[in-house]
Design a binder for this molecule. Structure first.
Ligand SMILES: NC(=O)c1ccc[n+]([C@@H]2O[C@H](COP(=O)([O-])OP(=O)(O)OC[C@H]3O[C@@H](n4cnc5c(N)ncnc54)[C@H](O)[C@@H]3O)[C@@H](O)[C@H]2O)c1
Length: 185
């Protein structure tokens, strides 16, 4: 099952794998509950849950980022993960275990050459939350992992790099650091 706010790409991905698409806003507890209920109705159980939704709006510095941007980024990138885990862990426990994977970021470990303060903080939260849930539920056969991927050319990254040339240069420096810390300048 694929769930997203963006119906066209979500449906295309679900169709490609012969799966189910569900429109869902992962910041909304009712929408999260409905999404997992749809999966249970169709497939009878859950084995693997991948919490991947994220946004990266203009968020340049703590000196400029306003509270509404901060809150929106925490909602989509971090609170969504809390809501999804709260909804899925009872289901996984009932069915004997499973796996939860989240998308954090290399930024959670290293910080960014170009400040994205709310984004970085949200991904640090995803990583810490994953570590703790992994410890708490390991004995009940639930694995919890967070992926700390490097930069990938997606709409999210393009939104950040579209701003100006200095961001693109700093982004490329961040990328080199992600690949090889010793090459950081
Ligand atoms: N692109 C990168 O360089 C990079 C690096 C590290 C981590 N990440 C993380 O990877 C994940 C995927 O990002 P991406 O780069 O593929 O970007 P993307 O914009 O292509 O994908 C993000 C998806 O999240 C969905 N989404 C946003 N808000 C939502 C909501 N409230 N409810 C449901 N769905 C929602 C969007 O519709 C979109 O399909 C994100 O968590 C991002 O932070 C990306």
């Amino acid at each position: 099952m694929v769930a997203d706010l963006a119906d066209d790409p979500g449906t295309a991905v679900a169709d490609e794998v012969g799966g189910l698409y569900v429109h869902a806003d992962v910041t909304n507890p009712d929408s999260v509950a409905a999404m997992y209920q749809a999966a249970l109705d169709r497939f009878g159980t859950l084995d693997i849950c991948f919490n991947n939704a994220g946004i990266s709006p203009p968020d340049e510095s703590i000196l400029e980022t306003e509270l509404d941007t901060w809150r929106r980024v925490q909602d989509v990138n971090l609170t969504s993960v809390y809501l999804c885990c709260k909804a899925t862990i009872p289901i996984l426990l009932e069915h004997g275990g499973g796996s939860i994977v989240k998308t954090a970021s290399f930024i959670a470990l290293m910080g960014a050459a170009t400040s994205q303060i709310s984004y970085t903080a949200s991904k640090g939260g995803v990583l810490s939350l994953s570590r703790e849930l992994g410890l708490q539920f390991a004995r009940q056969s639930i694995r919890v992992n967070a992926l700390c991927s490097g930069p990938v050319n997606t709409p999210l990254r393009q939104e950040l790099f579209a701003k100006d040339a200095s961001v693109r240069r700093a982004g490329s420096c961040t990328y080199r650091w992600a690949v090889s810390p010793s090459r950081k300048r």
